[in-house]
Design a protein around this ligand. Structure first.
Ligand code: DAK
Length: 256
């Protein structure tokens, strides 16, 4: 499928690289981008040839510099509610996908851009990345789930400091605070994210999907992991994975 605001390429290992392609607007999220992101993620999740996704921004300057302020400026409360619903549902969809999604933050990840990155499984960032939730400086608060996603990821105290001040931090501080997993030179960023995605793709897809589910939904329910763990013993992948180990060969997972 062709998109107006996105570029999509999938390599032979089944790793899709999805690029938000509005570099002149620093890849700001308008209603069209949000709609296309939702459609693209739905298609990628249901495509058996795709094993994992890397999302990044076109150009050298920005991952996503936020929700589109020009579009938001004139919104009525009802339109704002609809816009926030669209954004929130798209981001929640990413969290509920069966496949890993890695954000490769190649520059500014502000407001809705940082929220998009936080909705992914984890974040790699370029040395030049700048991250923040500056919404209070525009007279609003994060509207796509940024307050609770950030608090869940780095704790309430640090999230409060970032959200109340709207300050923008660099990649080093973001890594120190646990927002970013790895910092890379800009030229190596997407490659490194694709390599990590490929490692997850070599593992059993059903097991990775169960692990994603367990971490997303089982942090406060220890039995949740136990239930997912035991269900995997009904799969061919579990038998193949363990048989391959005992036969000292690489497993051939079939995702069933
Ligand atoms: N929206 C629209 N256009 C943007 C944009 C944005 N967020 N960010 C940048 N642009 C556009 C600029 O207007 C400029 O366009 P032209 O003037 O060339 O036409 C172009 O991108 C290049 O930007 P600059 O010329 O400003 O580039 P600089 O290098 O000078 O500055 C910057 C880069 C990232 C520091 C600066 O552009 C900036 O401060 N941008 C805004 C960052 C920001 O505040 N982001 C957070 C947006 S608020 C809600 C739903 C959602 C949200 C909240 C509530 N509900 C409905 C309740 C989410 C809110 C946000 O994300």
């Amino acid at each position: 499928m062709a998109y107006n605001t996105l570029l999509l390429e999938t390599n032979e290992a089944g790793i899709a690289v999805l690029k938000i392609n509005r570099p002149k607007n620093l890849n700001a999220l308008n209603a069209e981008v949000l709609g296309e992101l939702r459609a693209a993620f739905e298609a990628l999740d249901s495509d058996p040839a795709v094993k994992a996704v890397v999302i990044t921004g076109e150009g050298e300057k920005a991952f996503v510099a936020g929700a589109d302020i020009t579009e938001m400026a004139e919104m009525s409360p009802l339109e704002a509610k609809e816009f926030a619903r669209k954004g929130r549902e798209t981001l929640l969809f990413i969290g509920g996908m069966k496949k890993p999604v890695i954000a490769a933050v190649n520059g500014y990840a502000l407001g809705g851009g940082l929220e998009l990155a936080l909705a992914c499984d984890f974040i790699y960032a370029s040395e030049t990345a700048k991250l923040g939730l500056p919404e209070v400086t525009l007279g609003v608060i994060p509207g796509f789930g940024g307050t609770w996603m950030l608090a869940k990821r780095i704790g309430a105290a640090r999230a409060r400091e970032l959200v109340y001040t709207g300050k923008v931090i660099d990649a080093q501080k973001a890594a120190l605070w646990g927002i970013v997993n790895e910092i890379l030179p800009a030229g190596d960023l997407v490659k490194a994210a694709v390599e990590t995605a490929a490692k997850t793709a070599k593992a059993g897809g059903l097991a990775v999907a169960a692990a994603k589910d367990a971490i997303a939904n089982g942090l406060e329910t220890p039995e949740y992991e136990t239930a997912l763990f035991s269900v995997l013993f009904a799969t061919g992948d579990q038998r193949e994975g363990m048989k391959a180990f005992t036969e000292k060969r690489k497993p051939a997972f079939k995702g069933e």
